[in-house]
Design a protein around this ligand. Structure first.
Ligand code: TRP
Length: 541
């Protein structure tokens, strides 16, 4: 599809303004059009979170009990925090840590680096899951949807009589293929980042529209299966008993932050390539509605399949997409392999456009801080990232009698995800709202946003930023912490871990210690550019 000429015009409302208008600005990038930015930001938001995690969260929390809290979370937390993260980028023309540094000083920079250090850990396992999805995509053309799958341990040692996605998946985990796939995913991600906004835009212009197309095909297939609409009913029938459970709300808030790519600096990095006078209310509504729209569509397709084939995705987060969906697809009346391939291709494309944004958030921050070249910054992120992803995909079986959880990598991922997912995003969200709301000033932020927004933010925005969001996030975090520390066993101790039974203790310690140390080190390094006068001076008068 040829891009229309209009896509390449500078943003209509900002003919001459570039995001980097200070004299000593390093050569950064700019989006060639508003469409490019929206595609990239929605490509970041739409990812594994929308397909893999949303569906399994919604399932775990009982379908209709989940989507109402989730919907509320979108308006109370999601959109306001996205407005804040976007605005930090355009206000300063800098990525997350340096943006916070300019707005609120060194403490802000520290928080920024801490969040990016967490992003590094998240990227490690995010790419690992993508590697598995890539293997499943290739497998769909081969043995995944056929009988005869095996894994080199019980209960999968005998070839399955019917297609068994579970046996196939564990067989895969016990092989070296995921490791190769992870290298391929990292390769594609880095290629897409090679020339910054220019190559990111090229990638998202192809991947994002294709993702929507594939999802629409899947939804049509899903709801036309006999019994498929029951799943849709399950997803959308409000369940009042479920809604009164605090756990559901907690799950919805965490899922919302992850799904919208908030709390890890991603959205600030992407917005820093926008002109200063972009309409961030409009951008935030567009990106979050596109994201949640995609999520509901994915939910409909997936729940339709679950119900049509009476599938019950027992087990962890991944089992729904990696076991139940392929199992369902293997029972399609026709085009089984095409659908199987398309589903995993969709997962891979959605995930790669998100991985790109995770890495860009870190790389652009390193560039802003040190003034180094893009190639060096990407290498600094990719080396530890690739090592982490490889650890996650090493084919090392711990427990030959596993009941579903079985490799070092899968457990490593699960435990790391538990800590990073439940804490970093929300903690960063909390601190950034407090810093922006109280230190920088919610009124100043609102004034900045309203300068360029067609739909003006009311005082309610300040109330949300200063009081409501911090109180909600603080409650969720403290409560998570309470459950983790005093709720019985440490997360992961129940897994069949064999010789790595130290994982549940060591992983959180390394994660928290490592991220704090890295953040302290990076904050203490001299910056390539001294923060000039606060970037907001321009609209303070
Ligand atoms: N939002 C993406 C998803 O739904 C993942 C992602 C990309 C992300 N960048 C992020 C999550 C930054 C948190 C923070 O899969």
């Amino acid at each position: 599809m040829a891009p229309s000429p209009r896509d390449h015009e500078p943003l209509a409302d900002t003919p001459t303004h570039t995001p980097n208008d200070d004299a000593n600005a390093v050569e950064r990038g700019v989006w060639s059009s508003k469409l490019g930015f929206i595609l990239a930001a929605s490509g970041s938001a739409i990812g594994l979170g929308n397909i893999v995690f949303f569906a399994s969260n919604a399932y775990q929390f009982g379908g209709g009990a989940f989507y109402l809290p989730y919907f509320i979370a979108l308006f109370v937390l999601g959109i306001p925090v996205m407005i804040a993260e976007f605005s930090m980028g355009t206000m300063t023309g800098r990525s997350f840590p340096m943006a916070l540094s300019r707005l609120v000083g060194k403490k802000g920079e520290f928080v920024g680096w801490w969040s990016l250090a967490s992003a590094l850990f998240i990227t490690m396992y995010y790419v690992a899951i993508l590697g598995w999805a890539l293997c499943m995509m290739v497998g769909a053309l081969g043995g995944l949807l056929e009988p005869g799958a095996t894994a080199p341990f019980a209960p999968f040692a005998e070839p399955s009589a019917t297609p068994s996605a579970t046996a196939y998946f564990f067989g895969l985990l016990a092989s070296w293929w995921p490791l190769l796939a992870v290298l391929a995913v990292w390769g594609v991600t880095l290629l897409a980042l090679w020339k910054g906004t220019e190559t990111i835009e090229k990638t998202v212009r192809i991947a994002v529209p294709l993702m929507w197309l594939f999802m629409l095909v899947l939804i049509v297939r899903g709801v036309t299966l006999p019994g498929g609409t029951d799943g849709v009913m399950y997803l959308f029938t409000p369940d009042l008993a479920g809604i009164s459970q605090p756990d559901v709300w907690k799950g919805a808030f965490s899922q919302m932050f992850f799904s919208l790519s908030l709390g890890l600096g991603t959205m600030t990095a992407y917005a820093s390539y926008l002109p200063k006078d972009s309409d961030q209310v409009n951008n935030s509504f567009m990106v979050s509605l596109l994201n949640c729209g995609f999520e509901y569509i994915a939910g409909i397709a997936i729940f339709a399949m679950l119900f049509a084939f009476s599938l019950n995705p027992v087990g962890g987060t991944l089992s729904l997409s990696f076991f139940a969906i392929p199992q369902g697809i293997s029972e399609f009346p026709f085009f089984v392999k095409t659908f199987g391939f398309a589903f995993f291709l969709l997962v891979v494309m959605a995930g790669v456009t998100s991985a790109i944004s995770l890495v860009e958030g870190m790389a652009s921050a390193i560039i802003d801080k040190t003034g180094t070249s893009r190639a060096t910054a990407l290498t600094m992120v990719a080396v530890p990232g690739v090592i982490g992803s490889i650890i996650t995909t090493l084919p090392f079986i711990v427990d030959p009698n596993l009941g579903g959880n079985g490799t070092v990598g899968l457990n490593f991922l699960d435990i790391l995800d538990h800590w990073a997912f439940s804490y970093s995003l929300l903690t960063v969200g909390l601190i950034e709202c407090v810093l922006l709301g109280w230190v920088f000033g919610a009124d100043k932020l609102r004034a900045f946003v309203n300068q360029n927004a067609k739909l003006k933010l009311g005082v309610w925005f300040e109330v949300l930023l200063k009081y409501v969001i911090p109180v909600i996030l603080f409650t969720v975090i403290v409560w998570n912490l309470y459950l983790d520390l005093f709720g019985g066993a440490l997360y992961g101790t129940a897994f069949p871990l064999g010789p790595v039974d130290w994982f549940p203790v060591v992983i959180p310690i390394v994660w928290i210690g490592g991220t704090l140390a890295l953040a302290a080190y990076l904050t203490s390094r001299p910056s390539a550019e001294e923060p000039t006068e606060p970037a907001v001076a321009a609209f303070e008068n």
